[in-house]
Design a protein around this ligand. Structure first.
Ligand code: 13P
Ligand code: SF4
Length: 297
């Protein structure tokens, strides 16, 4: 499989990008594995003709927006993020009427059409920095209410949050944190900002997936329990083989797990599924993504 994939990549001048939540075998075969911010940056900077994006649709869409000259392929058409469907372009228009003058900051987990209505994008890696860099006392934050609540604890600005959430992170409860502390008293608990506020308050550290990897490299803790999608266990275990990692709960993102290695191979063989964004949506969404890359790096 791997030599076939290698040949296909060479023939098509292709690279494989995989999110940190992808299946182990997809991560292992990818050219780059990263968080959503790192992958957006790589997609915009790398020289190649084709990107096979192993993740969910909004991530592949970001790559297509930032690099229209490249062919971006999403191996499984149905791989999507339920949170990104919790807000529409029309909802954003209504919010702008309701809160005139307040910049709209959208989490990258949104459709291109929603990004096109927003002032700036952010990911969990740069959300605090972006919110604090904006010259406004009130900010409309969409669509993740948990990340919005977390941001409100990191700024003096008023954060008006949309009521979206990630179904995968939402399953982690305060009880899971308390049980883990009892079971492994010397463990460090690191959670994603998409978790419920009470889970975040009870954790030791809050990081996006890239931040978790950097934290794992420098902490002296021997056991780290994570509150995020379980694909991170493979990534962390590979990077830090002498440390122990466990998950707070059975947090599987079914959409991230839709892509198997065979799908990435088939994507290159059959050039599917090509991700396209209409020109007017792309122009608006690119502005919001470019602003993120400018102030959030
Ligand atoms: P990261 O930006 O931390 O990789 O997270 C993306 C995501 O979808 C979290 O659920
Ligand atoms: Fe979306 Fe949650 Fe899956 Fe991330 S883990 S892609 S936010 S559903």
């Amino acid at each position: 499989m791997n030599s076939h994939l290698k040949r296909l990549k060479e023939e098509n001048d292709a690279v494989i990008l995989a999110h940190n939540y992808q299946r182990d075998e997809v991560q292992d075969a990818a050219d780059y594995v990263g968080d959503s911010f790192e992958l957006s940056k790589i997609a915009s900077e790398i020289t190649c003709a084709v990107i096979v994006f192993c993740g969910v649709d909004f991530m592949a869409e970001n790559a297509a927006i930032l690099s229209p000259e490249k062919q971006v392929l999403l191996p499984v058409k149905e791989a999507t993020c339920p949170m990104s469907h919790m807000i529409t372009r029309n909802d954003v228009r209504q919010l702008k009427k309701r809160y005139p003058g307040a910049p709209v900051v959208c989490y990258v987990n949104t459709s291109a059409a929603v990004k096109a209505e927003s002032d700036v994008c952010c990911t969990s890696a740069n959300a605090v920095k972006i919110i604090n860099a904006l010259d406004a006392d009130r900010i409309v934050f969409i669509p993740d209410r948990n990340l919005g609540d977390y941001l409100a604890t990191k700024t003096d600005k008023e954060i008006v949050s949309w009521d979206g959430f990630c179904p995968t992170h939402q399953v982690i409860t305060l009880g899971d944190v308390l049980i883990k502390r009892e079971e492994v008293p010397d463990c460090e608990i690191v959670v994603h900002p998409e978790c419920r506020p009470e889970v975040i308050a009870a954790a030791d550290f809050v990081y996006g997936t890239g931040g978790m990897l950097r934290h794992a490299a420098k902490t002296n803790a021997r056991h780290i329990a994570i509150g995020t999608e379980v694909g991170m266990l493979h990534r962390l275990g590979k990077q830090e083989p002498t440390k122990e990692f466990s998950a707070l709960a059975e947090t599987v993102c079914p959409n991230m797990k839709r892509t198997h290695l065979e799908d990435a191979v088939r994507a290159l063989e059959q050039k599917e599924f090509l991700v396209t964004v209409t020109k007017d949506v792309r122009t608006g969404a690119k502005k919001a993504l470019d602003k993120m890359l400018e102030i959030g790096t």
